[in-house]
Ligand binder design. Structure first.
Ligand code: NDP
Length: 312
């Protein structure tokens, strides 16, 4: 029996993924969900949050699940992937580049008092605010992985002091690195702009809560490009309304799409994008997926494997 790859994602993306994969390996037999054919033929699944993990239990010869994004929280939540099947995530330069741009855009937006100048423009107020000083505005990044370490380099290149927090101790050129619970408190206390680029796991859910926000200096900003579940929305809104936090840039929410009556939509100190900070480009991401399918067939070690014990 010839073996096949199942694609399951938003319908408008499937043809681009199929074409990008076939350009790399024209022998691939690609099935676009729900047209799967015989379940026995499916050996790999490339999917996103819309795909029900319970459905993947129908394929007795499945060897590999590939996330079509960097995050895998959507694949690991119950019921999770079929037992024993490895999950690979994307590590892709186009993803890290886009995220770095989105983070830098918002760091500069807050640093250059853009919320205040836009409000002044609305009110036709001609008023010069204090000069911003890059060298004294510290940016703290939660998560120093593929995205966080790249964003750290971009922010540092502009001249901001950069700190970062990871699970394991790390060393990155020009970045003051922290780890563990005590490290988080120490970093946050010296952070003027907090950036979240963590994976969403049981250990990181709700990390940006009232306790953490209270430890940020008054006038700090929050940027979340990771997952909505990292932020306790009521705590963030309360901290902004109290004037302790000066503003937030949010790309991710829980749930998505964000309900139209949510306060974030109209809050003058909140800038939103619709989970668009970094969008997977099939032609860029396909090579590692095709390579992983080849490796799964030959039994070679797989790339970018998720560690189920940590959830990322
Ligand atoms: P990585 O796995 O490469 O990096 C994760 C980082 O977070 C690592 O530095 C890791 O520490 C750290 N971390 C994990 N758990 C903890 C913890 N409990 N305490 C402290 N640090 C922790 O992920 P990526 O950089 O590729 O992606 C990060 C997230 O960004 C994704 O999971 C996804 O949710 C989100 N994302 C959002 C997108 C968007 O468009 N908005 C697009 C793409 C991704 P260590 O180094 O010690 O392992």
């Amino acid at each position: 029996m010839s073996m096949a790859v199942l694609l399951s994602m938003k319908p408008h993306l499937m043809a681009a993924w199929r074409d990008a994969m076939l350009a790399l390996d024209p022998t691939l037999d690609i099935r676009m969900f729900p047209d799967t054919g015989a379940p026995e033929a499916i050996e790999a699944a490339v999917c996103w949050s819309s795909h029900d993990m319970a459905e993947l239990r129908r394929y007795p010869n499945l060897k590999l699940i590939c996330s079509m994004g960097a995050g895998v929280d959507h694949l690991l939540r119950p019921p999770g992937p079929p037992p024993g099947i490895p999950v690979a995530r994307l590590v892709d330069t186009m993803l890290t580049t886009q995220m770095g741009e989105w983070v830098l855009l918002n760091v500069l937006r807050f640093h250059r008092q853009d919320l205040d100048y836009r409000a002044q423009q609305q009110a036709r107020v001609w008023d010069e605010l204090d000069a911003p000083v890059t060298a004294t505005r510290s940016v703290g990044i939660l998560g120093l992985g593929a995205l966080g370490s790249h964003a750290a380099g971009m922010i540092r290149a502009v001249g901001f002091p950069v700190c970062g927090w990871s699970r394991r101790a790390k060393s990155l050129p020009g970045v003051t690195c922290f780890d563990g619970d005590a490290g988080l408190d120490a970093m946050v206390a010296q952070t003027d702009i907090l950036v979240c680029l963590l994976p969403l796991t049981p250990a990181t859910r709700g990390v940006i809560d009232a306790r953490l926000l209270a430890r940020l200096p008054t006038g700090a900003f929050v940027i979340n490009g990771a997952r909505g579940g990292h932020v306790v929305d009521a705590d963030l809104l309360a901290a902004i309304d109290a004037g302790h936090i000066a503003g937030a840039a949010l790309d991710v929410f829980e749930p998505e799409p964000l309900p139209t009556d949510h306060r974030y939509w109209s809050h003058p100190r909140v800038v939103m994008t619709p989970h668009a900070a970094s969008i997977t480009i099939p032609a860029s991401a396909a090579p590692q997926v095709v390579e992983n399918i080849r490796r799964a067939r030959t039994g070679e070690p797989l790339l970018n494997l998720v560690d189920f014990s940590t959830g990322y």
